[in-house]
Design a protein around this ligand. Structure first.
Ligand SMILES: Nc1nc2c(ncn2[C@@H]2O[C@H](COP(=O)(O)OP(=O)(O)O)[C@@H](O)[C@H]2O)c(=O)[nH]1
Ligand SMILES: [Mg+2]
Length: 236
């Protein structure tokens, strides 16, 4: 056993919002001025350490809608969409990115979230990134609008970043990893979701299941079970 924890992250969002550049900035700390064309899906590996644990990140880059629309062949679009869904299905964390200078890319967030929610596991952690904040003069979407959108769609958090300058990129990815590990607590997750805290060692099938504590602890028959709502949902 390698002792590594594997986390699969996927980045989604319209074409040209800077998804590939965000991934490149995070994984290799570089930036390219040209459009990094993404055919279907492509992933990069980044090793990080958190709380002395080795974490292997697989960061999947997806092709955006625009590229797919101009292909003019619905069949291609559907194939790419289906491919993206395949990766949402096994994702621990998803970044939905938009370009703060493009209203269209902001409006498309709903569509991406719908697709992710349909395909991804229920406990997937999703963050929203408003990219290209270096283009402040051309900004169309305010920080407040980004925050409100993240709140409305029940995403973990809203971040602003620039793949070009590097501002905010580490913070956003690192926070997403923390959410997937349970280091950062999701306000939407149920209380009983497993966290990164060490879990008790599972009992082996042939081990005796009665422990001293079980024998010694008197059963209180007068005690009512906690209300169901409290057991399943976090009120925070
Ligand atoms: N000014 C600026 N341009 C960016 C930024 N991120 C990406 N770009 C540019 O936006 C274009 C599209 O980026 P790309 O990563 O290929 O977008 P993708 O289609 O979402 O993967 C490229 O020309 C990039 O150089 C950024 O933070 N600031
Ligand atoms: Mg790309």
């Amino acid at each position: 056993m390698s002792g590594e924890i594997l986390k699969k992250l996927v980045i989604a969002g319209d074409s040209a919002v800077g998804k590939s550049c965000l991934v490149l900035r995070y994984v290799e700390d570089t930036f390219s001025l040209s459009h990094v064309s993404t055919i279907g899906l492509d992933f990069r590996i980044k090793m990080i350490e958190k709380d002395e644990k080795k974490i292997k990140l697989q960061v999947w880059d997806t092709a955006g809608q625009y590229v797919l629309f101009i292909s003019n062949f619905n069949i291609h679009r559907e194939r790419f969409r289906a491919m993206a869904s395949t990766y949402f299905r096994v994702a621990n964390g998803v970044i939905v990115a938009f370009d703060v200078t493009s209203e269209d890319s902001f409006d498309a967030i709903h569509v991406w979230i719908k697709q992710i929610r349909e395909a991804a596991p229920e406990n997937v952690k999703i963050i929203l990134i408003g990219n290209k904040i270096d283009m402040e003069d051309a900004r169309k979407i305010t920080t407040e609008q980004g925050r409100e959108m993240a709140e409305k769609l029940k995403l973990e958090e809203y971040f602003e970043a620039s793949a070009k300058s590097g501002a905010g990129v580490q913070e956003a990815f690192s926070a997403l990893v923390d959410y997937t590990l349970g280091i950062k607590k999701s306000k939407w997750a149920p209380d009983d979701e497993p966290s990164h805290q060490p879990q008790p060692t599972p009992v082996q099938p042939n081990e005796p299941t009665t422990t001293v504590t079980d024998v010694e602890k008197p059963i209180d028959l007068t005690q009512k079970p906690a209300p169901k709502e409290k057991q399943e949902k976090c009120a925070c």
